[in-house]
Design a protein around this ligand. Structure first.
Ligand code: FES
Ligand code: FES
Length: 178
């Protein structure tokens, strides 16, 4: 067994893992955060995407031991006391998911994209999310959500819609994260 330290969503965790334990399994089973989904386990679907030191990483493609000392952000780390992260809110407002299986990975990939490109065009969006498969929604609404999030974040208004509109929108309940 190997002792591994991970800082997940700002909290330190020290776990014992086998050398062959995948990061996605360590996050779900040892850290106990099940919002990161397991899909293909072959690096194709992107459902397991998390941020590792700010970079989007398919956590089924990384051994937990190789993430020792890393800072990891999972879907559980996006929303704050003030509510949904603007990227979450934009996906909600644009109806950019259905079953939600792809959603945690899609959101974290979007966060990484908007961190390095505050005004991505469609080509940049497509390139960023081309490793994240969605079987339900269609990518047009996902593109719209990414653009909406970019606009809001650029305007320095992370709180999405004004209160009056928020109460009329379906945003009273958060999107599924697990
Ligand atoms: S579960 Fe990791 S890419 Fe599909
Ligand atoms: S919403 Fe179902 S896979 Fe994307």
């Amino acid at each position: 067994m190997n002792r591994v330290r991970l800082k997940v969503n700002g909290q330190e965790h020290e776990i014992e893992v086998e050398s062959c334990t995948l990061l996605v399994h360590a996050i779900r089973e040892d850290v106990g955060l099940t919002g990161t989904h397991v899909g293909c386990l072959t690096g194709d679907c992107g459902a397991c995407t998390v941020l590792v030191d700010g970079a989007s990483v398919k956590s089924c493609s990384v051994f937990a031991v190789s993430a020792d000392g890393a800072e990891i952000t999972t879907i559980e780390g996006l929303a704050g006391d003030e509510g949904l992260h603007p990227v979450q809110q934009a996906f909600w407002d644009e109806f950019a998911f259905q079953c939600g299986y792809c959603l945690p990975g899609m959101l974290l990939t979007t966060c990484e994209l908007l961190d390095r490109d505050q005004d991505p065009d469609d080509a940049a969006i497509d390139q960023a999310i081309n490793g994240n498969l969605c079987r339900c929604t269609g990518y047009a609404s996902i593109r719209s959500a990414v653009r909406r999030a970019a606009t809001r974040m650029a305007a320095g208004d992370p709180d999405a819609l004004p209160e009056s509109q928020r109460s009329e929108s379906p945003s009273a309940e958060p999107p599924p994260s697990a």
